[in-house]
Design a protein around this ligand. Structure first.
Ligand SMILES: Nc1ncnc2c1ncn2[C@@H]1O[C@H](COP(=O)(O)OP(=O)(O)O)[C@@H](O)[C@H]1O
Ligand SMILES: [Mg+2]
Length: 239
């Protein structure tokens, strides 16, 4: 639980003058331009914007999956530009949980083994990883499905498994890219209630991409990505 005033919460990550470009043949295509953003611990932040505006690119940078092509990104005091691939993978495994629209579960593994995966990568024993995975499944209401395969579950249940997997390693940050995009509206509401409940009750910092303006209203901050630039509603909390 966070016992500090939310606004003064410590900084988790910061982007200073960050840009990102893709190369297409000889052309360099700018996607994000001079992005300045500070995410503080325990906050929830919604990223909204038109398709193709750069939301996933931004989320992948926040998740240390892609390095900025310019500017400075600092995660928990670590400078990301200067880190090598192994250091970034280590940070991601320890500190960041990902939830994707398409769940990204491994079909051959049972539900509990899917959830245990981030711990296995850390070298946690199989027995201990499974114990922690079961605890996490109980938290998302799926303890009784631990030994099913993902294919035996509904879409909403699969996303709960993915959320349990994202949280099992107690990450500082959970990133979700349109996590309700493949779900019907009631299931989407349930998944959102789960994610926001985890923020309130366990202080998980949550950054989520969504198309849904109503959903975004439930977040502490709403940031719109327009033509590669960020526009924050209310603009409080900006650096
Ligand atoms: N790996 C890539 N190579 C080249 N262009 C890319 C790549 N990934 C994304 N893009 C382009 O970057 C832009 C932003 O993409 P993205 O961040 O996925 O947007 P959003 O998530 O807002 O829909 C799009 O025009 C997309 O085509
Ligand atoms: Mg996207």
């Amino acid at each position: 639980m966070q016992n500090f005033a939310r606004k003064e919460a410590p900084e988790l990550l910061s982007l200073l003058g960050v840009s990102h470009c893709y190369r297409r043949g000889k052309n360099v295509i700018p996607i994000l331009i001079d992005v300045n953003l500070v995410i503080r611990r325990g906050h929830t932040c919604a990223l909204v914007g038109a398709s193709g505006s750069g939301k996933s690119t931004l989320l992948n940078m926040l998740g240390l999956l892609e390095k900025p092509t310019g500017g400075a990104l600092t995660f928990k005091g670590h400078s990301v530009q200067n880190a090598d691939a192994d250091q970034l993978a280590h940070l991601r495994n320890r500190e960041i949980g990902f939830v994707f629209q398409s769940f990204n579960l491994l079909p051959r593994l049972s539900v509990v083994d899917n959830v245990a995966l981030p711990l296995s990568y850390r070298g946690v024993s199989r027995r201990q990883a499974r114990r922690l995975a079961l605890e996490q499944l109980a938290l998302v209401g799926l303890a009784d499905r631990a030994h099913c395969k993902p294919a035996d579950l509904s879409g909403g249940q699969r996303q709960r498994v993915a959320i349990a997997r994202a949280l099992v390693g107690r990450p500082a940050l959970v990133l979700a890219d349109e996590p309700t995009g493949n779900l019907d509206s009631q299931t989407a509401k349930d998944i959102m209630a789960l994610l926001l409940g985890l923020n309130r009750e366990h202080g998980v910092t949550l950054v989520m991409v969504t198309h849904d303006v109503e959903l975004a209203k439930q977040f502490d901050r709403r940031i719109q990505v327009i033509d590669g630039e960020l526009h924050e509603e209310g603009a409080h909390g900006q650096p």
